[in-house]
Design a protein around this ligand. Structure first.
Ligand code: 5GP
Ligand code: MN
Length: 346
């Protein structure tokens, strides 16, 4: 934060505050939103969390979940009014307003003071206060640090610690990705000190599958996973019919792309999913191969070097073809990166 003192001053008197995570919020977006909401409520503010869309049921355990307004579930008018009248808007786990889907315009028009807390690349210049670090593993890590910087550590409780832990756990791939720093472990140690039950959180997030979801994963692995050794790439293409055949719910495809990345010799993994309104793409990579650049250049997207996403509006088959046709352009990089990884591993 450029000026922590004026930020603290902003929050001195009770205010109306809206907190917004990105569209299709994950554990980091929702955990940071609900964690921040709890701290701000304890400081006496009136806080409303408005999510652009709904999110997986394995996040519903977080304290404050019941009060979240889901914008696109018929709450547009009510939410627009709250946004218009609020004093402060916190934007969490995203850094460009188009990541809020249909909320983009109301947020742009809002007179409120805007606070951005995030760790993604490609920051748009819209906020009055920024707590932004793209070297941070998770927005939840930043929230912990910000609350400490504000001198309000005493406002963190066990529930907040568990929500923040969930975001850090998932954004680091359970402390396996290269973003797992000493600072990450220090923050997590502090969260455990605050009472976070890490085993409970891990079970709630990862061991909450429906049988349908497991069968869907089995189907996707056996029928929809394609490996292109020539390009060190593996991908899934999941149609709308595939999703409906397994009665797929929000979040059921989460994490699937990591199976593709776990294949030895793979530099880039992708999952291409036919959703109602558009085709959604998720990318993962190892090493130097920057999937956020690929996503930004070709699929209106972005994210991190090794985990990014994007969107396509040209139909499913056309999107898969577009993706496949891009690969020759990246062939050398995909291959060189793999070589580096091998050298590193030996
Ligand atoms: P996921 O593949 O898990 O949805 O997202 C991976 C990362 O890329 C996350 O950090 C997410 O915020 C970012 N991301 C996913 N989809 C998009 C997108 O459409 N646009 C941008 N800018 N970032 C995205
Ligand atoms: Mn995040």
């Amino acid at each position: 934060m450029q000026d922590i003192n004026s930020f603290k001053k902003l929050l001195e008197e009770p205010k109306r505050i809206v907190i917004v995570p990105h569209v299709n919020p994950d554990a980091d977006a929702l955990g940071s939103s609900l964690g921040m909401a709890s701290v701000l409520k304890k400081k006496g503010h009136e806080v409303t969390v408005i999510s652009p869309t709904d999110y997986p049921s394995f996040l519903h355990w977080m304290k404050g979940n019941d009060e979240v307004i889901v914008y696109n579930q018929g709450n547009e008018q009510k939410a627009d009014k709250i946004i218009e009248e609020t004093d402060i808007i916190f934007c969490l786990d995203f850094c460009s307003l188009n990541r809020t889907d249909k909320m983009e315009q109301p947020l742009r028009q809002a007179k409120a003071t805007k606070v951005l807390i995030d760790h993604h690349h490609g920051k748009e210049d819209f906020a009055d206060f920024e707590y932004w670090d793209n070297k941070s593993a998770a927005t939840c890590e930043l929230i912990y640090q910000l609350v400490v910087d504000m001198g309000e550590r005493q406002l963190l409780d066990k529930h907040t610690a568990e929500a923040l832990y969930a975001g850090i756990m998932t954004d680091t791939g359970s402390f396996r990705h290269p973003n797992t720093t000493k600072h990450v472990h220090e923050v997590v140690a502090a969260l455990i000190g605050l009472g976070a039950d890490v085993s409970k959180v891990s079970k709630l997030v990862y061991d909450n599958n429906s049988l349908n979801r497991l069968k869907f994963i089995g189907f996707a692995l056996s029928e929809r996973l394609e490996v292109l050794t020539e390009f060190n790439t593996a991908y899934f293409a999941i149609s709308a019919d595939d999703l409906s055949n397994f009665s797929s719910r929000t979040g059921d495809t989460e994490g699937l792309v990591n199976y593709a990345l776990s294949i030895g010799g793979i530099t880039m993994a992708a999952i291409i999913i036919e959703r109602d309104d558009a085709v959604k793409l998720s990318f993962r990579s190892v090493g130097d191969f920057a999937v956020n650049e690929l996503a930004a250049k070709h699929f209106e997207g972005g994210g991190h070097k090794n985990a990014a996403g994007g969107i396509s509006r040209i139909g499913m088959k056309e999107t898969v073809d577009k993706f496949l046709n891009l690969l020759p352009e990246y062939k050398k990089q995909l291959h060189t990166n793999q070589k580096k990884q091998e050298i590193y591993l030996t």
